[in-house]
Design a binder for this molecule. Structure first.
Ligand SMILES: C[S@@+](CC[C@H](N)C(=O)[O-])C[C@H]1O[C@@H](n2cnc3c(N)ncnc32)[C@H](O)[C@@H]1O
Length: 396
């Protein structure tokens, strides 16, 4: 990248409802970003771009806006597209993916817009492999699991009221793919949402943490990463950074990147200061959680056990119970779930007086069974379903 620290237009994309958390994470990095629908925007440097990818726990990708113009005809579109410095982001022979959406604009044919832009890229860098366009993520703001999965460079193109913005994806595979979660149990939570649940509940690593329905361990593992100040991009037994799309760019500055990684690695704490416990009644899930924690390099920080909710053994001190209990949508499951949520309330009153309870909830009626007064901290979506993060305090 250029040595010139001229401002780049950067945007950390989040699931809906997580925008303020991503902005707060950026603020903790010394970056002033503005929460906007769908993410957090700021004017920054290439170093910010590297750090944001490595460190953001709640964002799904980071985009850089590379052009913005008005076009009402294909002639205008072609003229502007030729001026975009594609060669900074695409090497000859690299596959390119275009995700185009057109709304309320003269140029409404997304395929034709994509074709013109692809021609402009080829004109700048030579013949390319065309990767199929990924599924649009506009429907619910949650990106498809496979989106940006391949090695292609993704460009996101948006036409609105005849104004076109072109952004280059800097991340590659979605950022929730930390790489540690290869073993999954039922209904695993995205790593970004698990981190949002923790950060949104107010837990900051400085109190005990318990997830008594831990499944494949995502909440406990994200908790251990936060507690030990391990950047999510460094999660792994060797603390080696994963690969990002910007590393394939001809303008990639390897020395600068090495400094960003080194600085993040130097912040890692050797152990978590407070106990982190995860348990589940399903032995297979706990086994998966253990394998995932090993891969994330935090197995020594988490005490895992196979036990039902009714038999939890909380760590001493006043802490946070953060969990994603099942919330089955099928009618037959209702009764059992009502019992589970009221059992959670009884156990909390007996074992966890004064603790904070934070749940990912998809059903207000189930939540009410817990008998703890909750306030809503976040409203988002999980796998297409509207969910809330609710937080309450167990009476002493
Ligand atoms: C939605 S999943 C949690 C997923 C987890 N957050 C993850 O990322 O993999 C709910 C979990 O609650 C567990 N569970 C349900 N009832 C339970 C009970 N009574 N005691 C302990 N665990 C229970 C299930 O075995 C399941 O693993």
């Amino acid at each position: 990248m250029s040595e010139n620290p001229a401002a780049l237009s950067l945007f950390a994309v989040t699931a809906p409802g997580l925008e303020a958390l991503a902005a707060a994470e950026l603020a903790a990095m010394g970056i002033t970003a503005k929460a906007e629908p769908g993410g957090a925007a700021w004017e920054g440097t290439d170093e910010d771009l590297y750090s944001a990818n490595l460190r953001l726990r709640t964002a799904s990708r980071v985009l850089i806006r590379i052009a913005e113009f008005r076009a009402r005809t294909f002639f205008e579109l072609e003229r502007h597209a030729r001026r975009i410095p594609w060669e900074r982001y695409v090497d000859t022979g690299r596959a390119v993916q275009l995700r185009v959406t057109c709304r309320k604009s003269r140029l409404y044919h997304e395929g034709a817009v994509a074709q013109r832009l692809m021609d402009a890229v080829e004109r700048a860098v030579g013949t390319l492999e065309h990767a199929p366009a990924p599924r649009d993520d506009d429907a619910d703001g949650e990106e498809d699991e496979e989106s940006g999965e391949g090695s292609a460079q993704l460009f996101v193109v948006r036409f609105l009221h005849d104004r076109c913005t072109v952004s280059a994806d800097t991340s590659g595979a979605l950022l929730h793919r930390r790489g540690y979660r290869q073993a999954v149990a039922k209904a695993p939570l995205r790593e970004t949402l698990a981190a949002a649940l923790l950060l949104g509940s107010g837990w900051d690593g400085r109190a005990p943490l318990l997830d008594p329905m831990c499944g494949s361990g995502t909440i406990a593992i994200e908790g251990a990463l936060i507690a030990r100040r391990i950047a999510p991009g460094l999660a792994g037994p060797e603390e080696r950074a994963r690969r990002y799309a910007f590393q394939e760019w001809p303008s990639f500055d390897a020395n600068r990147w090495a400094r960003v990684v080194e600085r993040a690695a130097a912040e890692v704490q050797p152990t978590a200061a407070f106990a982190i416990h995860g348990s589940d009644r399903d032995a297979g899930a706990v086994e998966a959680a253990h394998a995932n924690a090993e891969r994330a390099g935090v197995a020594a920080d988490i005490e895992l056990g196979v036990r039902p909710l009714s038999a939890i053994t909380p760590p001493p001190g006043r802490g946070w119970l953060v969990s994603n209990p099942p919330y089955g949508l099928r009618v037959g499951e209702r009764e059992g779930l009502r019992n589970l949520y009221s059992a959670l309330g009884r156990v909390a009153k007996r074992e966890l007086p004064g603790w904070t309870l934070a749940l990912l909830s998809a059903d207000r009626r189930l939540e009410a069974q817990v008998g703890v007064p909750f306030t809503e901290a976040i409203r988002t979506r999980n796998g297409g379903i509207p969910v809330r993060v609710v937080v309450g305090r167990v009476a002493e």
